[in-house]
Design a protein around this ligand. Structure first.
Ligand code: GDP
Length: 298
């Protein structure tokens, strides 16, 4: 919680700053509601969530001279209502084993680190884990994943640089099935520069998986960097199109003032949010707690 509070403090400070000077009367007037809506948008909550919170505030009766704190309380309650339906941990439930989890996202979003954090989380829950280095385009990506695998003591399946990602994934599924592994976490390429190529590559991986097991991939987790603010939302749009997305993990919520984008994502896409990244260390992945996040943001 310490880190979570630290992380969202900047978002909260920004929102508080944007809301300062607004004092509630019995009901807020149109001008005040406009100001609040603007403030919410400036805090990266997005137009839809901002409009929804505005509507809620418009109905609210305040004590005479209610301060911005009373307003923030209503904002927090509405944010929690937006976030609650999308909070869903990534559970290992697949049978027969393994559960195949594709991890997608642009390079630099924190994909590799998040895979390591997930592996660690599953290990703590007593599940066996295997990694697959499906980003064969970047030698550094294979190397980085191998270092994490070594550190965590989990097996990794990798191919040569420039090799066929789908064949790495095929080998990994075979190995994981033989070894009775619970969770197979697959790293993938994140070169958005060439959308067509990326789309083909991810589609091929999905095709190969689907042939082995019609249920696979069981999860397609999109990793998003919160510091990208509204750009994170366009990434959801793009990856929904190129790969399909079953859930989100948002990283780098420590120390960014743009945590409000989590609320925008929840309201606009309704995709499950599995967890949030609040640092570079292996245990810096936190369960997504709507009430806590709402309370910290507003
Ligand atoms: P990838 O290119 O998407 O695989 O990204 P990496 O996993 O290599 O991460 C890129 C950088 O972001 C690295 O320096 C990570 O340590 C850092 N990073 C990843 N997740 C977080 C996070 O939640 N918070 C912070 N502060 N840094 C993170």
């Amino acid at each position: 919680t310490e880190r979570l509070f630290g992380g969202f403090r900047k978002t909260s400070e920004r929102l508080t700053e944007n809301l300062s000077g607004i004092v509630g009367k019995t009901r807020l007037d149109e001008g005040q509601l406009d100001d609040i809506e603007d403030a919410l948008i400036m805090s990266d909550l997005g137009p839809r969530a901002a409009a929804r919170i505005r509507d809620r505030l418009a109905e609210e009766r305040f004590e005479r001279d209610a301060d911005s704190e009373a307003i923030m309380e209503v904002v927090a309650r509405e944010i929690a209502d937006i976030l609650r339906p999308v909070a869903r941990p990534l559970d290992i439930v697949a049978f027969p084993r393994p559960q195949i989890i594709l991890v997608i996202g642009v390079n630099g979003s924190g994909k590799t680190t998040t895979i390591a954090k997930l592996a660690h989380l599953f290990q703590e829950q007593d599940y066996s884990v295997m990694l697959a280095a499906g980003d064969t385009f970047r030698a550094a990506a294979i190397g980085q994943l191998a270092i994490w695998a070594d550190r965590l003591g989990v097996p990794i399946v990798k191919g040569p640089e420039g090799g066929d990602p789908a064949s790495v994934v095929f080998d990994a599924v075979k190995a994981a099935t033989q070894q009775g592994i619970d969770a197979l976490i697959v790293d993938t390429a994140g070169r958005l520069q060439n959308k067509r190529e990326l789309m083909d590559e991810l589609a091929k991986i999905r095709r190969v998986l689907g042939r082995i097991n019609p249920e696979a991939p069981h999860d397609v987790v999109l990793v998003l960097d919160a510091t990208n603010g509204q750009n994170a939302l366009s990434q959801i749009e793009i990856f929904k199109e190129v790969a399909g997305v079953s859930g989100l993990i948002m990283t780098k919520l420590d120390g960014t003032a743009r945590g409000g984008v989590l609320v925008a994502a929840a309201e606009q896409y309704g995709l499950p949010i599995h967890a949030i990244g609040v640092g570079e260390k292996i245990d810096d992945l936190r369960p997504f707690s709507p009430d806590l996040v709402a309370r910290v943001i507003a």
